[in-house]
Design a protein. Structure first.
Length: 150
């Protein structure tokens, strides 16, 4: 299973014209195509570009791109998933605490939990139920923890 979230940096902070919307969508489609070439049996979960509040005027651009992305899904090899209604109101204004306050782009722990909760049913369907023993290390939220002796 590949989870693909791409495009927000391409959107930038200003509204974009239809040509740029199409270019961004084509770029994401190219990523999908490469993933499928390299891993022909993988299912790709294509995420909608998240809302961003560094400039609410870009929300129509994001919405138009997401409409194009939804069209790439076939329901089998490529599935489209949006969690935007759990991150923001219908106008795109973010709910408190779901994205980083500084950049308004990257999820907080709360935002990642919303994302994980949306992915779990897809993972369960594709991979089966979770194992009875969880062998994954506990999350730390601190990347430097990987370098510390245990």
């Amino acid at each position: 299973v590949i989870v693909l979230l791409a495009g927000t940096n391409n959107v930038g902070t200003q509204p974009r014209d239809e040509q740029t919307v199409a270019e961004i969508a084509r770029g994401i489609k190219a990523i999908i195509d490469i993933c499928q070439q390299k891993t022909s049996n993988a299912t790709i979960v294509l995420m909608a570009i998240f809302p961003r509040n560094d400039n609410l005027a870009v929300m129509p651009t994001i919405n138009r791109i997401n409409e194009k992305l939804a069209g790439f899904a076939d329901g089998t090899r490529v599935r489209f998933l949006t969690i935007n209604d759990r991150l923001a109101d219908p106008e795109g204004k973010l709910f408190d605490g779901v994205l980083n306050e500084r950049d308004k782009l990257h999820p907080t722990i709360k935002g990642y939990q919303i994302w994980a909760d949306a992915l779990k049913p897809i993972f369960r369907e594709l991979l089966g139920p979770p194992g009875t023993i969880d062998l994954a290390p506990p999350p730390t939220g601190d990347p430097s923890a990987a370098r510390r002796p245990q």
